[in-house]
Design a protein around this ligand. Structure first.
Ligand SMILES: Cc1ncc(COP(=O)(O)O)c(C=O)c1O
Length: 356
């Protein structure tokens, strides 16, 4: 247990919402746990640390974030341990680090790791009964920070708020997904904000993704913004491939969010002695691999999606089908390992779980 001496006040809910929740039937992201952690940045330092009932925010229409989008967030998960009474949060320090990198890029104040970790620890400790003890379910944790100046002149806000709330969630994708290669719109470009977890990246992706959904796809497979020749990532997932017996991942760059799940998958694969390549992957390579059968597996990796098989690739009116999910040895084995570690069923030899 970390205890940084951070002075956090706690106001508990009068009545918990827990009895109304059916843990065997949880929609993603619609049910919120009782409490949230809040901290304010006054232009000089973080303070007023508090845990309060989950509630609506009261904002001026002139609040800076609503106009200029200084808003960053994280997404991570906590699991009910299957070996003791603890809650296991998967690699929260990695999310704390990424949040600091996002803050720097978006001209927002640094958020010390100890503030992130202490807030998260105390909140989850208090709402620990909200962590589902059901297969494929977990507690999704959403830390975020946004600009709170009441001022519509264009400049970085001086004041900010940091909040963490949580929600019990079930599976994000119920089945393998169909992706469409995007060859017109761009999610991120060199020198831009693609590697930061900032709201605007997601806003810009919505319209192209909606067009793809209207054509029967679940998600877009983004390509580079210059030539639309190289694969980047998909929705809220990094993408990985198995070409024959090699696991291939696209290197992270300033246009790709450096996913913690991706990094964990690569670490597991390397520890197992699998051949792993981190290199650019061309659209042409996956299409020829789908045609000649050398592309054995393709999957997305992300906190919400965990490991999600990609079943079909759409490109300019053609659709290419990949081998059935049940035949995919590498990704299914990695998924089993990852889930086992997260749920405390397999020894956490890499020190990934943070125990509460
Ligand atoms: C754009 C994008 N790429 C990749 C990921 C996967 O990252 P992680 O594994 O850290 O959840 C996410 C989800 O957070 C995302 O939003």
């Amino acid at each position: 247990m970390i205890d940084t001496g951070l002075d956090i006040t706690t106001e508990k809910v009068a009545q918990s919402g827990l009895p109304k929740v059916d843990f065997n039937n949880i929609p993603f992201g619609k049910i919120y746990s009782d409490h949230m952690f809040v901290a304010d940045y006054d232009g000089k330092q973080w303070g007023d640390f508090r845990i309060v009932p989950f509630n609506k925010l009261n904002l001026s229409p002139a609040t800076s974030v609503l106009h200029y989008g200084q808003s960053i967030f994280e997404g991570l998960k906590g699991f009910k341990s299957q070996s003791d009474d603890s809650v296991l949060v998967f690699r929260p320090q990695a999310n704390a680090k990424r949040m600091r990198e996002s803050a720097l890029r978006m001209c927002m104040p640094d958020l010390p790791e100890e503030l992130f970790m202490t807030g998260l620890h105390r909140l989850i400790d208090l709402d620990r009964n909200w962590v589902p003890d059901v297969d494929d379910a977990s507690l999704y944790i959403r830390p975020f920070m946004f600009a709170t100046d009441e001022y519509i002149g264009l400049k970085p806000s001086e004041k900010y708020q940091f909040i963490i709330f949580t929600c019990p969630v079930g599976k994000y994708y119920a089945a393998p997904v169909k992706v469409k290669v995007e060859t017109n719109y761009t999610r991120a470009s060199k020198g831009g904000t693609g590697y930061a977890k900032t709201a605007g990246n997601y806003a810009a992706a919505m319209y192209p993704a909606k067009l793809a959904q209207q054509q029967g796809f679940d998600q877009l497979l983004w390509t580079d913004g210059v030539q639309h020749k190289y694969i980047e990532e998909s929705g809220t997932m990094n993408v990985l491939f198995v070409f024959n017996d090699k696991l291939v991942s696209i290197p992270t760059s300033d246009t790709i969010l450096p996913g913690i799940t991706r990094e964990s998958v690569l670490k597991i694969a390397r520890d197992w002695g699998l051949t792993v390549e981190e290199r650019p992957v061309e659209v042409a390579e996956i299409i020829s691999g789908a045609k000649d059968g050398s592309l054995k597996e393709m999957f997305g990796a992300g906190t919400a999606a965990v490991i999600t098989h990609i079943s079909h690739i759409g490109l300019e009116g053609e659709t290419y089908e990949l081998p059935a999910a049940e035949t995919r040895e590498v990704s299914n084995k990695i998924l089993k390992e990852l889930k086992g570690i997260q749920r405390g069923e397999i020894a956490d030899t890499r020190g990934w779980n943070y125990k509460i």
